[in-house]
Design a protein around this ligand. Structure first.
Ligand code: PHE
Ligand code: ZN
Length: 877
């Protein structure tokens, strides 16, 4: 097999022929589904006449082909592994094909496949070519008519995009439904679902008074788990009308839950398909975090109806055009419906851990990549989350009114078209009058910019001089970087008053919270009329996706933690303060020196625990230490054991010193009301549960008793899961084993809860956990074919159990590589994602580097899918 080839952005050309209308008929069968397609084609006006017609198609068996009704002779067309070429075609014509495919054999979960006996499709990015021969690229947009034929008993429900227009019975116990989707769409938004499903129905009246039927389709046993998703959908529909003026455009909106799904969910026109974990909730089976995740994913997919479907991407290099924008939209929605401060803290701490690591590794790529081998590998944190940060910067740069005007312009001008990131940013530039030329570098330059800041206060002249220096480290293929346009939101907090001081910059009064624009490699900002010595509060709200260093002393950070006018930066000051202490302890551990607890951290936490607060959710965040993964991200060389030891030491130190406070906080925040995923309840539960984790860190007898009671009280999954995790992580088997057994037996019938049961066990810090991972892989509830199971067991172990995954005997790495090798054949997309922890080898000591690289080499020796090939080649480059 020859090496897979890369596709380049610079090679983009419009297609030679476009499809204006697509008519499909599916005759469903697990082993031999027949797909008839009639494509109405015409030459693209920008392309020459007389070009051959090339259609994508993979793993299809062609049964018939005709052009304008005339069957084609064998020498008039050609088929290879990538598709079909018809040598001579007229300017306008229709092409009929019939192919056979085998959904039951499809373990890659791309194209048409089966999940729990039902049929479903996944076409983004290039799955449609596994269904029929087609120009499978997003700039080909057609209206679709789809007839689905199935067995009336096994598949009573037959769904596709748009509106049902006809249905009827057929001979041999078969029946059919025909769907018509009036909105032109690319093939990646096509969907089909067939099976024995039940629905929950509701309705929404749009701002112009149209009534839309809303349906959530699930297997019967899940009927009781749809309420939250439905409520979230209605909130999202109302929010998009109010925040963006966007109304839904069909009479029917459907969501389907499937168990086997590679990603979270998919925005197919009118027929969103969801991983069941991203839509089903019940207080007894889903945690607060899961409720919030469901709300945001339901909203995300719904928002794609405009940002993605009505206006789509010209090519897959523009993926962030729809994903970055839509993540930004769902983040704003969740911020508006929950606690904005907590939402930002959660998003940023995830971003700084996971996206920074991606930007810092061998698979680093720009928000708009310029080449790829396998587009499936580019559904990344950089495209999604960094893309969203870039849109957020744009929104902040142009201001609220211009951003709305720019987005209105974008949706109106490009409705029904497949466009580029320039088109989007161009609308923002027009609406605001700003020059965004330099800003565009954010899309094309990979890597996390680093800002080194320092400042001086001049008493005599009442001036504060702030110097910012930016630099973006080299990334693979991009050795030299240009300075970026970086918005830095800041305040100066007076050390005497403890207040944000009014800001005057170059004679201009800016209020006490302002954005300065860093455009040069080095730039100086002189603030005048600064009446007292300040501590600067920089990058408020994480105003740009950068690493910002400032030589803060511990007193400065403790001061900001108490006084910063910006809630996000108050939290960040606490994180920085904890990091300073952790750095010392990591060094002590490495040098074999006795560890000493920094009393300033204790005092800062005591202050937090005893101060009056009405924002419990933010307080819970402030009391949470940086994760091991985040700490690792801050170290030049990752020492997993030292990090684990240092973090455990700080946690125990705080728990010992502040035991009574934690106990009090736990008791004060217990709830008697019935469960509801409201911000107020969620805040109390998270604060109470943070307190409980401190008590369990020292295995305090009262804490253990509370954890046990919380587990047994069985109020809701948030509390049960948290208690079970703490018991499972304790050093005492007599605490963990009975609880795990009881939980596993109680929930054996619920596949989503069993995923949690797997994940909880494999994060145990005890060294025997690797055997448990292997043991659980043989558990009847586990299956390598189900992506959720793979993520819960293998992904969680490799990604979150750092000390054990990085064992010095290399057994953790070997286990992961074994799974990757098997999944490479079954499901390449999941296999490629799973490799991630191994690609980060450069961050570890030599011994671990050698072990990790050896496993990557072992994977490389296999016959690889393009997905795994691309990741492994980059990792070993
Ligand atoms: N487009 C989907 C989303 O972000 C994600 C997805 C990509 C799902 C590829 C499946 C396959 O909403
Ligand atoms: Zn998306």
């Amino acid at each position: 097999m020859s090496d897979p080839q890369a596709t380049h952005l610079s090679d983009y050309r419009p297609p030679a022929y476009r499809v204006t209308r697509t008519e499909l008929t599916f005759d469903l069968d697990p082993a031999a589904t027949r797909v008839k397609a009639r494509l109405h084609l015409e030459r693209h006006p920008e392309r020459d006449a007389g070009l051959p017609l090339t259609l994508h198609g993979e793993q299809l068996s062609l049964k018939a082909i005709a052009l304008d009704g005339e069957p084609l002779e064998a020498d008039e067309y050609e088929i290879d592994a990538a598709g079909l070429t018809v040598h001579r075609v007229p300017e306008r014509f229709h092409l009929d094909t019939e192919v056979e495919i085998a959904p039951e054999a499809n373990t890659a979960l791309e194209g048409l496949y089966q999940s729990n006996g039902m049929y479903c499709t996944q076409c983004e990015a290039e799955g449609f070519r596994r269904i029929t021969y087609y120009p499978d690229r997003p700039d080909v947009m057609a209206t679709f008519s789809t007839t689905v034929i199935g067995d009336a008993e096994r598949e009573p429900v037959l769904l596709s995009n748009g509106n049902p227009v006809e249905r009827g019975a057929l001979p041999n116990g078969r029946h059919f439904v025909t769907w018509e989707d009036p909105h032109p769409k690319p093939s990646y938004l096509f969907a089909l679902v067939a099976g024995d499903l039940e629905k929950v129905e509701d309705s929404f009246t749009t701002m112009s008074g149209r009534e839309v039927t809303l349906q959530i389709w699930v297997e019967e046993e899940n009927l009781g788990k749809t309420e939250h998703a439905m409520a979230s959908l209605k909130r999202a529909m109302a929010w998009d009308e109010q925040a963006y003026g966007r109304e839904y455009d069909l009479d029917l909106f459907m969501i389907v839950a499937v168990n086997d799904f590679n990603m979270g969910a998919m925005e197919n026109k009118g027929l969103n398909i969801f991983n069941s974990a991203a839509v089903l909730t019940h207080p007894h089976t889903a945690t607060d975090a899961a409720f919030q995740r469901v709300e945001s994913i339901v909203a995300h997919e719904y928002f794609h109806n405009w940002s993605g479907n009505r206006v789509t991407c010209r090519d897959w290099f523009q993926l962030s055009l729809k994903e970055g924008f839509t993540v930004f939209r769902d983040q704003c929605f969740s911020a508006d419906t929950n606690s904005p401060a907590v939402k930002r803290i959660e998003d940023v701490s995830f971003f700084r851990t996971a996206q920074f690591a991606e930007d810092d590794g061998p698979t680093a790529h720009p928000v708009r990549p310029d080449h790829y081998i396998e587009i499936g590998n580019f559904y990344t944190l950089t495209i999604y989350e960094k893309g969203a940060e870039v849109v957020r910067m744009l929104a902040n740069l142009v201001g609220e009114a211009a951003f709305r005007a720019g987005s209105d312009r974008y949706f109106e001008r490009f409705d029904g078209q497949a466009v580029t990131i320039e088109d989007f940013v161009g609308c923002m530039a027009e609406a605001s009058g700003l020059d965004l030329t330099q800003f565009m570098r954010w899309y094309d330059q990979a890597g996390t910019p680093e800002i080194d800041a320092h400042g001086e206060y001049d008493y005599a002249n009442a001036e504060y001089r702030l110097i910012l220096r930016q630099r973006t480290p080299a990334t693979p293929g991009q050795p030299d970087k240009q300075p970026l346009h970086i918005p830095v939101r800041l305040g100066l907090v007076g050390t005497k008053s403890g207040r944000d001081l009014p800001l005057t910059l170059e004679g201009e009064t800016l209020g006490s919270d302002a954005v300065i624009h860093l455009r040069e490699a080095e730039q100086e900002f002189l603030f005048t009329d600064v009446s007292e010595a300040p501590v600067p509060s920089l990058l408020r709200g994480f105003s740009a996706p950068v690493k910002l260093r400032f030589p803060y002393g511990r007193e400065d950070l403790a001061f900001l933690l108490a006084h910063d006018g910006d809630g996000f930066n108050r939290w960040d000051a606490g994180q920085r303060l904890a990091m300073l202490a952790l750095d010392d302890l990591i060094a002590a551990h490495r040098n074999g020196v006795e560890k000493v607890m920094d009393t300033r951290v204790i005092e800062a936490f005591r202050g937090l625990l005893t101060a009056e607060t009405d924002d419990r959710a933010v307080l819970a965040e402030m009391l949470t230490l940086p994760s091991e993964a985040y700490i690792a991200e801050q170290q030049p060389l990752v020492d997993v054991d030292a990090i684990h030891a240092a973090r455990t030491f700080v946690k125990q130190g705080l728990a010992t010193a502040l035991r009574d406070d934690f106990l009090r906080v736990y008791r004060e925040n217990r709830l008697d009301e019935p469960y509801a995923p409201t911000p107020a309840q969620i805040a109390r539960r998270s604060l109470k549960n943070v307190a409980l984790s401190y008590l369990m860190a020292i295995e305090d007898e009262e804490g253990i008793e509370l954890a046990r009671q919380q587990f047994e009280a069985d109020h809701n999954m948030t509390d049960v899961r948290h208690a079970l995790t703490l018991l499972t992580h304790s050093s005492r088997d007599e605490l963990s084993e009975p609880a795990l057994r009881a939980f596993g037996e109680k929930w054996a019938h619920d596949t989503l809860v069993m995923d949690q049961w797997f994940a909880i066990q494999v994060t145990r810090p005890q060294p025997d956990v690797l055997d448990r991972v292997k043991f659980l892989m043989a558990h009847p509830a586990f299956s390598l074919k189900n992506p959720n199971k793979v993520r819960a067991l293998i992904g969680t172990f490799a990604g979150q159990n750092r000390v054990n995954f990085h064992r010095l005997d290399g057994e953790g790495y070997r286990l992961l590589a074994d799974v990757v090798i098997e999944l490479n054949r079954l499901n390449p997309e999941i296999a490629a994602r799973l490799i991630t922890p191994l690609t980060r080898w450069a961050r570890f000591d030599e011994q671990r580097q050698a072990l990790m690289k050896a496993e990557l080499e072992r994977i490389r020796a296999e016959e690889l899918s393009p997905n795994v090939y691309e990741v492994v080649e980059k990792a070993l480059a």
